[in-house]
Design a binder for this molecule. Structure first.
Ligand code: OOG
Ligand code: NI
Length: 457
């Protein structure tokens, strides 16, 4: 066995292959990525300081996708994906309940946990698990469960490699390359249903997600999300260039100091699918795969997030859903959310990374041990920059899901969150994202104070 390859390196390779595969399989997605690249180039030329906003990262420029998504059917599939993503240094962070938006799934995001790892390859996978308990028809539940019990979503060689990785604690270069090739197979689009058109239609009628998850050989990746520096310009370009984007950008409105996550997408394409010859054979279309764009801003504290949720709910209560352009109402509500970093810091709404300034370092050792962080910031000895939000938003995710469902359905809540059953299926607890941001913030503050000669607990 040769030298071990890092999870970060395997993740970067895996994403490069996924991206290549999606662009080859879906010319529409390639075209969207090119459109986004043109918008980013323009935005950077007009405002070079934008590069800082979505820290154009060391190993990952703006041409590298930030996330993808799959939907799976069973606990054992979820465990397989957990093992597969662990090889790439990705762990499950947060729990997203989508049942409140009428969707029979709940989700987590597998992602790298540290800034250093995100810097090298900021790729995450949003993984949604079907909740058969939210499908009312018992015979369809049974049919879906039987279909899912039969399929194997990781190749046999892929499973052997996972066992080997867990025994040895790593892969050398040759093994990593083989793992990437096997792993990609799990996410490939195979335009052949495993059921008759009649069964497909029944499952689809119960819920389109049920058909998407249960009627195929594997959990085809349904989208990748390209990063942008100007999502409003992307949305306009998608409209004028007939990409059929969703009606509104999900997340907070446009701001001087971006927060959390804004997302848009072109709607899922109707793609031809073959049905098995054994059941009469025929073709129909299936609507699942799309393309997404994201722009990230500051991570929020609990207080900031509560304010965000409250303003968003107020805006949605007045506008509604995806069918309506809710921008004016969002703008109106979010006037109550401070839009400069100093105020976000002072009010404890966002999370920040600290660093000592050159001026501060020059005065090292001259500070009074009682000097407050506020004073050090005010006199310019310390500086802050927002910590980027690396996770997802359940209301936004639901908006993206819904814009891709073929028909208009009621948005009636299907049930309640079931974090416990999700974690039982996963075989471990999901990580609390806030704890990661807080640790980052605390660590940077301690290191900065130390650099100023102000060691403190
Ligand atoms: C996932 C939809 C959610 C996001 O970025 O929030 C999503 C899916 O359609 O499977 O992609
Ligand atoms: Ni997405």
């Amino acid at each position: 066995m040769g030298a071990l390859i890092s999870g970060d390196a395997i993740r970067a390779k895996f994403l490069a292959r996924l991206s290549e595969m999606c662009k080859a399989e879906m010319p529409r997605y390639r075209a969207m990525a090119e459109l986004v690249a043109r918008v980013n180039e323009k935005a950077l030329a007009a405002q070079p300081e934008l590069a800082k906003q979505e820290a154009v990262r060391e190993g990952a420029g703006l041409d590298v996708e930030r996330h993808g998504a799959v939907r799976i059917g069973t606990a054992s599939e979820l465990v397989l994906l957990r093992r597969l993503f662990a090889v790439m240094g990705m762990a499950p962070v947060d729990y997203y309940d989508l049942s409140v938006a009428g969707l029979p799934v709940h989700s987590t995001a597998f992602r790298p946990l540290t800034q250093a790892a995100l810097q090298r390859s900021p790729f995450r996978m949003f993984v949604s698990l079907l909740r058969l308990d939210l499908i009312p028809e018992p015979e369809l539940r049974d049919a879906a469960a039987a279909l899912l019990a039969q399929r194997r979503i990781v190749t046999q060689r892929g499973v052997e490699l996972l066992d080997q990785f867990e025994k040895a604690g790593g892969f050398d270069e040759r093994e990593a390359a083989e793992f990437v090739s096997e792993g990609i197979e799990t996410f490939r689009w195979r335009p052949e249903a495993t059921v008759s058109l009649d069964v497909y239609r029944k499952l689809h009628a119960a819920h389109p997600l049920l058909a998407d998850i249960a009627c195929f050989k594997g959990p085809h990746i349904n989208h990748l999300a390209a990063p942008t520096l100007d999502i409003d310009a992307v949305q306009r370009a998608l409209r004028t260039q007939a990409f059929d984007p969703k009606a509104n950008i999900e997340g907070p409105p446009q701001r001087r100091c971006p927060i959390l996550l804004r997302q848009t997408s072109f709607k899922a394409l109707a793609e031809p699918v073959d049905f098995p010859a054994s059941s009469g054979g025929c073709q129909a279309v299936h609507t699942a795969r799309f393309g997404e764009v994201e722009q990230r801003g500051a991570a929020l504290t609990n207080e900031g997030r509560a304010l965000y949720d409250r303003l968003l709910a107020a805006a949605r209560g007045i506008g509604s859903g995806d069918s309506m352009d809710n921008e004016p109402e969002l703008d109106r509500q979010f006037a109550a959310f401070p839009d400069d970093y100093a105020a976000l810091w002072a009010k404890g709404l966002a999370l920040f990374r600290y660093r000592p300034t050159a001026e501060g370092l020059r005065r090292r050792g001259e500070f009074q041990t009682s000097a407050s962080v506020e004073k050090l910031l005010a006199e310019g000895s310390l500086a802050i920059e927002p910590i980027l939000y690396e996770d997802f938003l359940p209301v936004s995710a639901a908006g993206i899901f819904r814009s891709n469902l073929a028909e208009r359905r009621e948005t009636k809540s299907l049930g309640r969150a079931s974090r416990q059953s999700f974690e039982e299926a996963l075989g471990c607890a999901v990580i609390d994202p806030l704890s990661l941001y807080i640790e980052d913030e605390a660590h940077s503050l301690a290191a900065s104070l130390k650099a100023l000669g102000l060691p403190r607990a």
